[in-house]
Write a protein that binds this ligand. Sequence first.
Ligand SMILES: Nc1ncnc2c1ncn2[C@@H]1O[C@H](COP(=O)(O)OP(=O)(O)OP(=O)(O)O)[C@@H](O)[C@H]1O
Length: 254
Amino acid sequence: MDSILETKNLTIAFGGHVAVHDVTIKVEKNKLKSIIGPNGAGKTTFFNLLSGQLKPTNGKVIFNGKEITNLSPTYRTRLGIGRSFQITNVFPNLTCHENVRLAVQSEAGIRYNMFSHFRKFKEINKKADELLQLVLLDNKANELAMNLAHGEKRKLEIAMLLALNTELLLLDEPTAGMSLEEVPKILEVIQNIKEQRNRTILLIEHKIDMVLDLSDSIMVLFNGRLLADGVPEYIMNNEQVQSAYLGGLYDVAT
Ligand SMILES: Nc1ncnc2c1ncn2[C@@H]1O[C@H](COP(=O)(O)OP(=O)(O)OP(=O)(O)O)[C@@H](O)[C@H]1O
């Protein structure tokens, strides 16, 4: 297996409470892995350890074969790990297209100089168009970012992460706070990204139907520990998972 991310015995304790406990996983490159588990299981804390917002008490994080356990979030972003809420440079007074174009430009390291870089400028515009299409925002290209609905803002964030050539996308409940009509759209966006097979996605999501639709593999956290990790069929048929998580919480979580 060609893995892009590995954790080894990853552990973090807050005082006496161990929020993530000895978690060892591998994430296969260009695949989608979901993380599920009941409230308080440690999913977001695990993401914080991957993105560098938190440093572990014990264990390692390895990205593309390089240990990154003690690197800052900014450095990890530069290496290619992107988390949607990290996008702080969405300019509310710029259009969707302008926002994405700036991200593409910043990744390409090109200053805005239309005359000397006319061809590059056209390429950058084209790339921004393609990304907006991929996240189903092409019809909002000229809309100011501040006028977007919540779900559309999440899609714009994803487009900007993609523009920054993020290899590993960390999506923490992308459907949270979305209206019922917006949910199938975000599912379609994630599906579109997955189909391109050039990004790896780690997804925290409570909507089990969505997880089953999208995931190549699923890991289950329970009380900070890895309860199971495998293909969706294995997870759904796993008795421990059923009793610990799905049995009691499936109805509530969907
Ligand atoms: N900074 C912190 N200080 C103390 N305890 C924390 C901190 N961050 C998380 N925890 C605790 O760690 C546990 C795991 O929390 P976490 O938010 O990771 O769970 P989760 O699986 O993401 O839950 P949810 O599905 O509700 O978002 C919880 O008991 C939480 O209270």
